[in-house]
Design a protein around this ligand. Structure first.
Ligand code: SF4
Ligand code: SF4
Length: 757
């Protein structure tokens, strides 16, 4: 406990007064040693704020509890400076809107809602009693304000231009000897202006020129990244051009390393291997050379067929849509018709995907009498004796089997991100208490060991991180972090993905993407400079402190950190890189010694909050259930339910957590010891299509709770006493139901046998 001066302020309009006894709230506050308890008709208002400010000045208050609305509704209302900690208790959402008023709040047997409100008041006081104002991390080195852009294709060029024009120094590194990437190899581009029915000239050269003329951009061609160490604001990057290494310091990094075509040699079933079957990339080369000919005889083709989704949308190859191949074939077909007006073009498709204004582009192609669009599934591709390509198709519009014959066939192959590694090890939860993971024993130059489960990586960034050399990726190689909320974020703080390395997209989308990534890279520099966290706890200045004298070097924290923030020395002692940390608390939840804590979020704080709720005696028949709820999705969903006046069981006590990954097992055992009859953890969904804002926190919690359930079984106790559920932020109907069903289940199971001990 720290020495504090506490003030408690409670909303007191008719809605509150008709539900609660404010006298009892005052008594509860005084029992918690509040110096001041005040009620106000509209406490969440400028007048309410002024009332509190006056008390702070006159009575020296340094901890404030406001019982009114969720801070999600009034996020910045009560800001009295960094030294005054404020806890906003969502009295309306958690109590008044979601529970019926007691008939008599003084009736000790039936006053469930009153007890609920008092418990939340006590919990808030306990929390503040064990919390210090977080102090800003002081960095020893000065922050670099340079953005490193890796990749000189259109995504890299536009990212660099955006960053430079916002006033930041940029270093652009390209492994090839020229700029432009794939874009520079394309003769024409998709239509870019109304009526969107004509191809436009490729304007990549004008952007290259702008790049070369920009004062703030330094370009390194024929250069690779040899090594990246450090952290946001202080990345140390070794560039390698020939035999000459160069070391630079940068503040943030944009990886714009693009894509590569899906390997055509895997498409033998679509005829690849026959000399008259080529890919759309090979066809683009023919267009650039101005020489479209049948490969086997060098003659002008009388007919050309295109097979769409060649490898894409195929679970044996790339299950995703590559986004641009339909339009690429339309573009190619138009170019053929320009050069050979009599050539017939057959486009064999599953669906033509040409979104937005490109629908007009598609319509223009449909209106051309030389284009034949056929929707169907390719059954077989073979060559006739005269080298004509024959394609058998189950035509799905008319339900017929047809054969299309053409002089040559173009396969519209899809996009694979440059981060994809064929036999890569997809990152999974590490740590002794995590599911089985593959182990890499590589030791980078600087001696820091790679974690079990570390991804092999495409060796582009060559990060000197314990958890691997490159951005961790999902199954198909895309370096996602949280694709809905934070599209540019990767799982390495301060490193952002832009363009086709992040998702298949066309040049117009890449242009937008590059602007987004540049803004994120700039934001990273600015936030780190202020000692603040990046998403999702943007602006949080707290950070995990390690009491290393009690560290047993078990490595759970270093392996479980979802963001690769922790390295370790030879003995396995964690070494924190604060600017990489996103303040999720997963390390705090992992540590068996309980030596990782934040100043405003800690294991002792949680222990005190658990003890703060009053535990009814067994014979009172008032079960108590602790609900650890993730503040990213589960809790907002529940509060949305409360706004719709959906009710949930009065047995539930809510404990908000940064992430389920931050729930230390000692909180669970303390709940059981304290007599809670059930413990439920509700967090984000996880897995390949995950929603967990901290990547693996909810997955780790599920695994850790599985261990607890096993132990409960060994003690002949019901494993249902500990339960984990996953939801999304839109599940406002589901979350109260989960709580109510669990309350019913616990009532059926009966009281915790540790109660009253
Ligand atoms: S708080 Fe989260 S991001 Fe920071 S070191 Fe711990 S596990 Fe890693
Ligand atoms: S800090 Fe805790 S979790 Fe990390 S290695 Fe030490 S004892 Fe293990």
């Amino acid at each position: 406990m720290v020495d504090i001066k506490l003030g408690v302020y409670c909303a007191a309009d008719d809605e509150v007064k008709n539900t609660l006894s404010l006298e009892r709230m005052e008594t509860a506050a005084k029992e918690e040693k509040a110096v001041v308890f005040r009620i106000h008709e509209n406490i969440s208002s400028p007048e309410g704020e002024e009332l509190i400010r006056k008390d702070i000045e006159e009575k020296g208050l340094d901890r404030i509890v406001v019982l009114d609305r969720s801070h999600r509704t009034y996020p910045d209302f009560f800001d009295f400076g960094e030294d005054i900690l404020v806890e906003q208790v969502p009295l309306r959402e958690w109590v008044i809107w979601s529970h019926d008023p007691d008939e008599d709040p003084e009736d000790e047997e039936e006053n469930h809602t009153q007890l609920l409100a008092e418990d939340y008041l006590r919990m808030a006081c306990a929390k503040l009693g064990n919390t210090k104002p977080p102090h800003r991390i002081e960095t020893e080195n000065s922050i670099s304000r340079t953005v490193l852009v890796i990749g000189g294709g259109i995504a890299g060029i536009r990212s660099a231009l955006n960053s430079a024009r916002a006033g930041y120094e940029v270093v652009l590194v390209e492994k090839e000897e020229r700029l432009g990437g794939w874009s520079a190899k394309f003769k024409k581009s998709f239509p870019s202006k109304p009526p969107y029915d004509k191809l436009t000239e490729n304007n990549i050269n004008s952007f290259i020129e702008q790049l070369n003329n920009e004062q703030n951009i330094k370009i390194h061609l024929s250069t690779i990244i040899k090594k990246i160490s450090g952290q946001p604001g202080e990345f140390v990057v070794t560039l390698q051009n020939g035999s000459e290494p160069e070391v630079i310091n940068v503040g943030s990094i944009i990886q714009a390393t693009g894509w590569r075509p899906y390997e055509a040699k895997k498409l033998g079933h679509l005829g690849y291997g026959n000399k008259n079957v080529i890919t759309n990339i090979q066809f683009e080369e023919m267009l650039t050379d101005g020489n479209i000919v049948i490969p086997s005889n060098g003659k002008a083709p009388g007919s050309i067929a295109f097979i769409q989704c060649a490898g894409s949308r195929d679970k044996e190859h790339l299950p995703y849509c590559s986004a641009v191949c339909c339009r690429a074939s339309l573009k190619h077909a138009m170019q053929i018709r320009e050069q050979y007006p009599d050539t017939k073009v057959y486009i064999l498709y599953k669906d033509i995907r040409s979104p937005g204004q490109y629908e007009l582009f598609y319509q223009a192609a449909q209106n051309d009498p030389g284009f034949f669009f056929t929707k169907g599934e390719v059954v077989e591709v073979r060559a006739s004796e005269n080298d004509t390509i024959e394609i058998d198709l189950d035509e799905t519009l008319l339900g017929e089997k047809i054969t299309v014959c053409a002089d040559m066939l173009v396969l519209a192959t899809g996009m694979v991100p440059s981060t994809f590694v064929e036999d890569g090890v997809v990152e999974s939860s590490g740590g002794e208490d995590a599911p089985d993971t593959p182990v890499e024993d590589e030791v980078p130059e600087d001696g820091k060991k790679m974690a079990s489960g570390a991804e092999k990586g495409a060796q582009i960034l060559n990060l000197s991180y314990r958890q691997g050399t490159d951005l961790p990726t999902l199954k198909y190689g895309f370096p996602d972090s949280h694709f809905i909320c934070f599209p540019y974020e990767t799982r390495r703080t301060g490193i952002f993905a832009a363009g086709t390395v992040r998702a298949p997209m066309d040049i117009a989308q890449v242009t937008n993407d590059a602007a987004g990534a540049a803004l994120k890279a700039i934001q990273a520099i600015e936030l780190v400079d202020k000692g603040q966290a990046l998403h999702p706890r943007a602006r949080d200045i707290s950070w995990p402190e390690f009491s290393l004298q009690r560290c047993t070097q078990c490595k759970r924290c270093t392996e479980d950190c979802p963001f690769g923030a922790l390295d370790e020395d030879d003995k396995g002692t964690p070494q924190n890189n604060i600017a990489r940390c996103r303040r999720c608390g997963t390390c705090m939840g992992a540590c068996p010694e309980r030596i990782i804590n934040f100043e405003d979020y800690s294991v002792p704080m949680g222990n005190d909050m658990i003890k703060a709720f009053e535990m009814p005696e067994e014979d009172e028949e008032k079960p108590r259930i602790m609900a650890f709820m993730c503040e990213n999705d589960a809790l907002p969903a529940l509060e949305a339910a409360a706004q719709k006046r959906i009710k949930w069981s009065p047995w539930i006590r809510i404990f908000p957590v940064r992430c389920l990954g931050s729930v230390n097992l000692v909180w669970i055992t303390n709940c059981l010891d304290a007599g809670y009859d059930g413990i439920i953890l509700i967090g984000c969904k996880h897995g390949e299509n995950y929603q967990c804002h901290f990547i693996r926190g909810s997955e780790l919690a599920e695994y850790r709770m599985g261990n607890i359930q096993e132990k409960l079984k060994q003690m002949a106790l019901e494993e249902e006493r500990v339960q984990v559920e996953a939801v999304t932020i839109t599940d406002w109907e589901k979350v109260p139901k989960i709580l109510n069903d669990y309350a019913e289940e616990i009532e059926e199971i009966g009281p915790n046998p540790f109660k009253d001990f």
